[in-house]
Ligand binder design. Sequence first.
Ligand code: EPU
Length: 427
Amino acid sequence: MEKYVIHGGKPLSGEVVIGGAKNAAVAILPATILAGGKCLIENLPCISDVMASLQILSELGAGIRMVTRNIYEIDTTNINSTEVSNELSRQMRASYYFLGALLGRFGSGQVAMPGGCNLGPRPIDQHLKAFTAFGAEDSVEYGQIRVKADHLVGSHVFFDTVSVGATMNAMLAAATAQGTTVLENVAREPHIVDLANFLNMMGADIHGAGTDVIKIHGVKQLHGCNYSIIPDQIEAGSYMVAAAITKGDVTLRNVTPKHLEPITAKLRAAGCEIEEFDDALRIRRTGNLHPLKVKTMPHPGFPTDMQPLMTTLLTLADGTSIVTEGIWENRFRYVDELLRMGANIQVDGQVAVIEGVRKLRPAPLRATDLRAGAAMIMAALSADGISEVDETIHIERGYENIVEKLQLLGADIRRVEAPRNAITRAI
Ligand code: EPU
């Protein structure tokens, strides 16, 4: 077990290079199964969710060759199993993408049935709705979900709710289904477009990704390709908050400013100065923070994965902010940690009312999930004195080298070994 020890109160400055998008990578890696050949994937973030996906591919029979830390060659020619082991599929929720990919190539797939998680219930009914529309049957046995089809036929699917996972899984299964598929009310996140681009590079015929209707003409077979994953929108947004909360001046390299617009707009409204370049962005804050109203929504709305970070920033605004969580039922669990730092926040269901305070005070903190963990780091960076963040395993699922990247920006943060339950907490 590791924890981070952070001596906060120093403005961050300098440059940080943003890695590849986690939520694109965890769909693109299973998608390589559809190639039945070799794919070279570049800009893969070196994070534990990616490592788990590579391990699953390897266990299924794929050849994995590391070219560099962020480039892997994956050969899915000799995959000889359609069942993801319980142990590996439970390490990562996104293992459900193996269902769509295995179903598309082999007509069957099995993973552990995902349960609820820290963010609230996480049903997959919309994923299954699409698979069923394509002619598959599903069954659950001893915690495993199995999908099976003699052959897949394209269909018209109207999703009841906008879901990133269901949109991606339907694309994976439909790419080689016979005939045409139309998916309506789909998610429009940058990673949806990235997956569609990757599938098209492998020979698929997918149009409309990035709008709310996607049309897929099924092709007989896909083939391998070389592909570079887009930059991570949420990692970038997290460093923007790091700059904003410490009154810093940070330039982000390897970003797509267009993908960051929902975040940029809110940070500008909060008083940050932001300059956009082709693949870089500079953020500075010199004045006070203005309070905001923020509601998380599917893209191009404000992303839910930025919500804990934005709420944390707004604890220091001059006045009252209101943050409404529009995607997940239970995404304010980290607020208790901020209260122990002196923040003034009241949560009622999906709404947090935040009265800005002048300073957060250092405290021992816990990463309750991935993005909440990142938010705790930002809170600690802003507080004068030494804070500790434990349960960092959540953070390392999605942030490559976060300690080293923050150190390069001048943060006083280090990893230390923490024996289990060694942290005494003032409650
Ligand atoms: N939903 C259903 N039925 C379904 C699927 C989803 O009711 O079949 C509901 C969910 O309960 C939720 C909403 O629809 O209320 C949106 O869920 P979505 O399917 O879009 O989420 P996801 O695909 O499971 C991905 C990201 C999350 C991110 C959400 C929303 C990955 C691996 N995860 O999850 O990322 O919060 O989209 O943008 O792509 C994170 O990176 O920290 C993270 C949690």
